[in-house]
Design a protein around this ligand. Structure first.
Ligand code: OXD
Ligand code: MN
Length: 580
């Protein structure tokens, strides 16, 4: 197979010249191709077959133990002007970056096959979808990209029709962390990644394309590429409203997107549109419309069980690729949080010994098609996307942030998103549990200066008068004894239903200096074991602590110097005035 797109053909030739593969394979995305790759990986040991009876068509991949998460310190945005990348990114001059990484790519595919993966992020017939081509020497990447995107012939046809595509070059190299780089050249619509086989660094359609490159592209084209789940909430009257919600990595986006309402609140139903990435465009009707650019889930396994996320649990019982989980004596996948089974082999492939840490890596993952999700929205692949009624921002904050509060208007909501903070997780290498500012949960993913990004967000007020309401939520408040104050998981519906009712104009709220909070009486606590005092505390603010927070947000906004929009600073001053 080859292509009628001359630029693509030439790029593949150039890469082959540089990387010196033994073979070139153009991926069609067919079942036969997938089966052949799996057979080959079973022989090389890249995949291990799991118990066919309990987990039909499931496989385990063990990555190199030094290559288990995203590497933010090795991820670069390479623009001519350093200011355009901003203090939120690592920057390298494009000429220097290309020289450095091309030297590592030279001969990197000797003895390997070069796979050409045409893919489309988003429904293949959607005007909001965008295409790319990933070149890789990893068959693991090929089989994962087949699940995570619309990969193969149809995507190639669209590329040949549109003429535009994002170029992503990837090689696992020799997996030496000292020779690992994830580089983005947004004005060239190009990504180069070497030295890692981990999802976020290697499945280039996901974070690299659908967030870093897409956010840059979206800015010039007037849309938004966001680190958000998308879900439909259907009320007992049968009305469905859609929300998009930004939380940092490993803060429960997949769980929220697949939520099962508590039995004590009958009649509600949740539909998943997406669990990680959301592309937002102002539709012809003036509403903000969302598509999920991904076709599958690359979810965190630990903690997933029948109680926390029954839909995800059911989704991953067959046709799933597991990465870095443990296995039981009868070869079933196992991770911390599973009630059944006993791990005997840990994620590294060694006999399990609790002295060596958890059996499954805390960032171990499952890759599975979205179509297997029992609550997959019938509108998830609508070409025009779904209309968004509310946007949620949230993080892990053991203190300070109330359960939920509502922005006064769009610009105030942008300030809430810009100022949000969360405790770090195992999804990236580095310390876990440290509070850091993570604007719109995009700190690791925004392909340009946050100052310009906030300005772009603010500009939507000029594009539409039907913008969604904006909220901040926090499921992670803890009391003095470190107990979680809110049950979370399915009970989060109690917050979502309040938001739904606010969107309908059906319920009031108390105005506070930071935004509108629910009255305790309006949170449905039927069947919930929560003390009135706890709920009261979750729904109130500590003005002193918020004065300090507002000051810290101010210092953070100042880090972006003249790029910080004046309107955002005014919004903060208004909050400070209200706080007194
Ligand atoms: C992810 C992440 O894999 O955010 O989704 O790290
Ligand atoms: Mn993510």
């Amino acid at each position: 197979m080859t292509t009628t797109n001359a630029a693509l053909k030439q790029w593949v030739d150039e890469v082959a010249q540089l990387t010196q593969p033994d073979k070139i394979h153009w991926c069609t995305g067919s079942d036969a191709e997938n089966s052949a790759l799996i057979s080959q990986m079973l022989v090389t040991g890249d995949l291990i077959k799991l118990n066919e009876k309990t987990h039909p068509n499931c496989y385990l991949h063990r990555s190199n133990p030094t290559d288990v998460a995203r590497v933010e310190h090795l991820t670069f945005i390479c623009t001519e002007n350093k200011e355009d990348a901003g203090p939120n990114n690592n920057w390298m001059n494009p000429a220097e970056a290309n020289a450095k990484i091309d030297a590592l790519f030279a001969g990197a595919m000797k003895g390997r096959t070069l796979y050409v993966i045409p893919y489309c992020m988003g429904p293949i017939n959607s005007p909001f979808a965008r295409c790319g081509v990933e070149i890789t020497d990893s068959p693991y990447v090929v089989i994962n990209m087949r699940i995570m995107s619309n990969m193969g012939e149809a995507a190639l046809k669209r590329i040949e029709r549109d003429g535009v595509f994002v170029k992503g070059l990837h090689s696992t190299g020799d997996l030496d962390p000292n020779k690992r780089f994830i580089m983005h050249f947004p004005d060239q619509l190009t990504i180069k990644s070497i030295g890692s086989g981990y999802g976020g660094n290697a499945l280039l359609g996901k974070k690299c394309h659908a967030l870093r490159i897409a956010s840059y592209q979206a800015r010039s084209e007037g849309w938004l590429a966001e680190h958000m789940l998308i879900m439909g909430i259907q009320n007992p009257a049968g009305v469905t409203r859609y929300i998009a919600a930004a939380f940092p990595s490993a803060c429960g986006k997949t769980n929220l997107a697949m939520l099962i309402p508590p039995e004590t609140i009958p009649g509600w139903k949740i539909w998943t549109v997406g669990d990680d990435i959301c592309w937002l465009n102002v539709g012809k009707d003036g509403q903000l419309r969302a598509i999920n650019p991904e076709a599958g889930y690359f979810g965190v396994a630990p903690g997933t069980n029948l109680k926390t996320n029954p839909n995800a649990f059911k989704t991953i019982q067959h046709d799933t690729i597991f990465t870095n989980v443990a296995v039981t004596a009868d070869n079933q996948p196992w991770w911390e949080g599973l009630k059944e089974g006993t791990p005997v082999i840990d994620w590294r492939g060694n006999p399990y010994d609790p002295k060596n840490g958890p059996a499954a890596h805390p960032n171990s993952r499952f890759t599975v098609t979205a179509k297997q999700n029992p609550c997959y929205s019938p509108h998830a692949e609508d070409a025009d996307g779904v209309p968004i009624s509310a946007i949620l921002f949230g993080g892990r904050r053991r203190e300070l942030a109330p359960l939920v509060y509502e922005a006064r208007d769009w610009a105030h909501g942008v300030l809430i998103g810009a100022g949000m903070a969360s405790e770090t997780t195992a999804a990236a290498t580095g310390a876990v549990g440290v509070v850091r500012r993570d604007s719109m949960a995009m700190k690791p993913f925004c392909g340009y200066n946050f100052g310009d990004y906030w300005k772009h967000w603010l500009s939507f007020a000029d594009l539409s008068n039907k913008l969604p309401k904006i909220y901040h939520v926090n499921w992670f408040r803890q009391d003095k004894d470190n107990n979680f104050m809110w049950p979370g998981f399915g009970d989060n519906l109690r917050v979502l239903s309040w938001i739904f009712d606010r969107c309908e104009g059906a319920v009031g709220a108390q105005e506070t200096p930071i935004g509108n909070l629910p009255y305790a009486k309006d949170i449905n606590t039927a069947g919930l074991d929560i003390q009135p005092d706890t709920l009261k505390e979750l729904l109130s603010i500590n003005q002193d602590a918020w004065r300090t927070e507002a000051q810290q947000i101010g210092a953070y906004l100042d880090e972006f110097g003249s790029r910080t929009p004046a309107q955002l600073k005014e919004q903060l001053q208004d909050v400070q005035k209200r706080l007194g």
